[in-house]
Design a protein around this ligand. Structure first.
Ligand code: SF4
Length: 335
């Protein structure tokens, strides 16, 4: 399948009170058309900064693109002017957020917000945009779209606002949809409906999706491939089966071990002890070194290279070096 996005060695830092916070440190990944790539990790791992950087939504300053490229259709988005990006955002690459109210304008009718992109990017007339808006609301499962299209966001329920945000994001048939924790604020039933809706739309339109989440249940349901981020780096990538059934990085083991399982009722969930690294002064070697139960001397001083374990799985851990002691995935990491 064709690659629609290729991020190579991307680094992003923020200058805050004299410190240089290195939020994203040499991140590389790609996205194929019609595929869903989940980027997972704890808060502060760099996943949202990575997503925002693709849309060039990092305020500069204090943010700084300190290295690397974001190739979309062969062109480097880090080199585009703000004006050029305005023609890409909403048309070729769209984003949906956890809280629709951060991206939906509460003072504008839903129909007007859907029409905006259609009039700007697809040069539709107001009437055509209105008709397309009704189709889109129908597509995302909003009942009575002819009436709902004239309403304001506060007249929608939380789940409906999320659907409306998806309709706005998809109005121009973007090639890439970035979904940042799109279901976190919703109850479980609505969450499942929104994930199903995204899957249906992807099948119909072929849009590639980057799904940012800390919820491994969502990943298992919705993703084709997974990139695990920790301390501003990608520490493991693989397809869903590889990450859930054959993970090789101790941080991925920890994430899976902290996930509730069918037989864990009444048992305490296993949190990963310790806290994430200070990215104003990140470790020289492996970012997980201070929390990893298998850390060795070499982990402190040298960042491990990514080892290719299959066509799709890559892991950055010194345990994969042939000179390291053999360590098996702990029982608690099984799902
Ligand atoms: Fe642990 Fe070392 Fe592997 Fe990092 S490189 S995850 S510290 S064993």
């Amino acid at each position: 399948m064709k690659k629609v996005l290729e991020v190579k060695d991307l680094s992003i830092s923020f200058e805050t009170y004299g410190a240089d916070v290195q939020a994203v440190r040499g991140v590389s990944f790609h996205l194929h058309e019609k595929e869903t790539l989940a980027i997972v990790g704890e808060s502060g791992s760099g996943k949202t900064v990575t997503a925002n950087s693709i849309m060039r939504l990092i305020p500069t300053p204090p943010g700084k693109y300190s290295g690397g490229t974001i190739l979309f259709e062969g062109e480097d988005l880090t080199q585009k002017s703000e004006k050029q990006m305005q023609n890409i955002r909403g048309k070729d690459i769209s984003m949906i957020f956890q809280d629709p109210m951060t991206s939906i304008n509460p003072t504008m009718r839903i129909g007007t917000q859907i029409a905006e992109g259609l009039i700007k990017h697809q040069k539709l007339s107001k009437k055509q945009a209105h008709m397309r808006g009704i189709e889109l609301l129908k597509l995302v499962g909003i009942p009575n779209p002819e009436t709902r299209i004239r309403q304001f966001p506060h007249q929608y329920s939380g789940g409906m606002r999320q659907r409306a945000m998806i309709a706005i994001a998809l109005a121009c048939n973007p090639k890439i949809l970035i979904a940042d924790e799109p279901t976190t604020a919703l109850d479980v039933t609505i969450q499942a409906q929104i994930l199903e809706l995204m899957r249906e739309i992807q099948e119909r339109t072929g849009t590639a999706i980057i799904l940012i989440t800390h919820d491994l249940g969502v990943v298992a349901n919705a993703a084709d491939r997974v990139a695990v981020m920790y301390g501003g780096k990608i520490v493991e990538t693989g397809n869903v089966d590889e990450i859930f059934y054959n993970p090789k990085h101790p941080y991925t083991w920890g994430l899976l071990g902290s996930m509730p399982k069918l037989d864990s009722r009444g048992k305490e969930l296993q949190a990963i002890p310790g806290s994430p690294p200070d990215l104003a002064d990140p470790p020289t070697g492996c970012p997980f070194v201070t929390r990893c139960p298998y850390a060795m001397k070499v982990c402190e001083a040298h960042m491990p290279e990514h080892t290719h374990l299959s066509k799709t799985q890559q892991t950055a851990c010194w345990l994969l070096d042939e000179r390291s002691p053999k360590v098996e995935k702990p029982e608690s990491a099984f799902v």
